[in-house]
Design a protein around this ligand. Sequence first.
Ligand code: IMP
Ligand code: MG
Length: 175
Amino acid sequence: MAEKITELISEEKIDERIREIGAELSNKFRGEDVVLIGILRGGAFFACELAKRIDIPVVMDFMCTSSYGNGTVSKGNVNIVKDLDENIEGKNVIIAEDIIDSGNTLKALKEILSDRNPKSLTLCTLLDKPSRREVQVDVDYVGFEINDYFVVGYGLDYAQKYRNLPYIGIVEFEN
Ligand code: IMP
Ligand code: MG
């Protein structure tokens, strides 16, 4: 089955929104220590672009989770496949995720990271599909709310493809 990708959010719009979020985070944490955590693999693109738009010093780290039970540490539905290298105790932690769908991933991540006693925990997601939510999670910064489409690009994949598209596109399947 072949797929067709239709642009939903342009590279320019994404760039503009990330600049806005970056400016807000810079003002919020000016003079403080910040650790920005990208959630692999999808959140890596957003995390790096966001880091470039934050004008205070930022320590970057990455974490990889999976919901399929092949990790080593689990909490709720989420397994940690690759844990942080940094100790986040007493730090202002910003999580950068690609998309919040059911909410299970971010809810579990929030619990896992809260247990490590950060000074603060700020959740950022590039995309939000509110109509799909199964569990309630308070997200601090949302790039764009979208309808219930399956989207790719800017880190998001379909069968590991299309992560490198510089825009967000809707996947449609053709026979
Ligand atoms: P949640 O735990 O259901 O909120 O799932 C979030 C994860 O599902 C994201 O980090 C993505 O990996 C994946 N996901 C959800 N919706 C999409 C989509 O439209 N395209 C690509 N991946 C998605
Ligand atoms: Mg993900």
